[in-house]
Design a protein around this ligand. Structure first.
Ligand SMILES: *Cc1c(COP(=O)(O)O)cnc(C)c1O
Length: 366
């Protein structure tokens, strides 16, 4: 069977290095806020090019903490609006509403499935304080026009970089394009831990300091609490594993890029709409290889019968979720179309050439 993502195989690629480092961490007797975390934070900040990197418990916390910090800093207040793509993974939106901020959904561009920058300005009101861009499926979304809008209306650009570590725009890494960025190292992400993990990057000293305090019960100094904070830490075991895997992320993303290139070149079935390969290949790290077809469910069943695992990212658009009942009657036709028609093909740094060939053959046969 061709798995959608063979996590065991991916992690066993680094077996010796990970096992010996984990043994060290285990034997050290120090499990939180120690040297593994410090080392990983330094290496992540160097890799991204941002001044600060802060390890946190998961990707949702990373985004929640950024917004919460802007509230504590007085830049945002409850009831303010944050623009967010209407087809994103639900966590981007949860981070906004969890802070008492109002998510304002903006449709994506069907050519690349990321927020349609042309549709942003019409959604800006006197309450808009930020744009949460999502580099969905591993593809960078950024432009000078976006930067100019943010300047003109004094908006923060927050990046949801959960799916795009290693991607670039104009020679800069995602995670260093906006004012602050949230990362997820959920095991299935391009850089995956052995459990939950996340991080925040920013060049803003005050924001970094506020986030560090908020993630530590609201305290910068033991037993002195400035905020009603939370506990959101990246533990030493996860930091140690991530620090090792970070060294290989460019290499692994390159394998993903090569598989994507082959899919795009060799899948020729006219029923299937392939993703757009960006002009600059550095803009995409192919976390997900997403195709679209009016016969999605049939195609998925056909691939399953032929031992190829696929997934749907995502089956229900956020505005149709019960969790956001107040939006259920709103219409976001592009998002709805995407959710009805997309299918994600297997792609990973450990996928073999003959597996790629088999997937291509089946798709052309369908
Ligand atoms: C995975 C993901 C998150 C949430 O990350 P967790 O670590 O699972 O909390 C947020 N946004 C996007 C786009 C994601 O893919």
């Amino acid at each position: 069977m061709i798995k959608f993502l063979d996590l065991q195989k991916i992690n066993l690629t680094h077996q010796e290095e990970i096992e010996s480092r984990l043994l060290q961490t285990f034997r050290s007797g120090w499990y939180l806020m120690g040297n593994d975390l410090k080392t990983f934070e330094n290496n992540l900040s160097k890799y991204i090019g941002a001044k600060h990197a802060i390890g946190v418990a998961n990707g949702l916390d990373a985004l929640r903490l950024i917004l919460r910090a802007y509230i504590e800093m007085g830049f945002m207040e409850k009831g303010d609006e944050i623009l967010v793509p209407s087809n994103t993974y639900i966590a981007s939106i949860l981070a906004i509403s969890d802070n008492g901020l109002v998510p304002v959904l903006v449709e994506p561009d069907i050519a690349h499935y990321n927020i349609d920058i042309k549709k942003i300005e019409e959604k800006i009101t006197s309450k808009t304080k930020g744009i949460l861009i999502v580099h969905l499926y591993g593809r960078t979304i950024f432009s000078e026009e976006l930067q100019q809008l943010a300047e003109k209306y004094n908006l923060k650009i927050i990046e949801d970089n959960a799916q795009a570590i290693g991607a670039e725009w104009n020679g800069k890494k995602t995670g260093n394009l906006g004012d602050a960025s949230g990362f997820s190292f959920y095991p299935g992400k391009n850089l995956g831990a052995l459990g939950d993990a996340g991080a925040i990057t920013t060049n803003d000293d005050e924001l970094a300091k506020t986030i560090r305090a908020l993630a530590n019960y609201g305290s910068n100094q033991k037993y002195v609490n400035i905020y009603q904070g939370l506990n959101s830490r990246l533990d030493e075991i996860q930091a140690a594993v991530l620090d090792i895997k970070l060294k290989y992320i460019d290499q692994e993303n390159k394998v993903r890029r090569n598989i994507a290139k082959r899919y795009i070149k060799e899948i020729t079935n006219p029923e299937i709409i392939l993703p757009e390969n960006p002009e600059n290949e550095a803009e995409h790290v192919w976390h997900i290889f997403l195709i679209r077809t009016a016969k999605r469910d049939e195609l998925q069943a056909f691939l399953t019968e032929n031992d190829v695992q696929t997934l749907i990212h995502y089956p229900i658009p956020p505005h149709k979720q019960q969790a956001y009942k107040e939006w259920n009657n709103l219409s976001f036709p592009i998002s709805e179309k995407i959710h009805e028609e997309v299918l994600s093909l297997p792609i990973s740094p450990v996928m073999a050439d003959d597996e790629v060939a088999k997937v291509i053959e089946l798709l052309n046969k369908f």
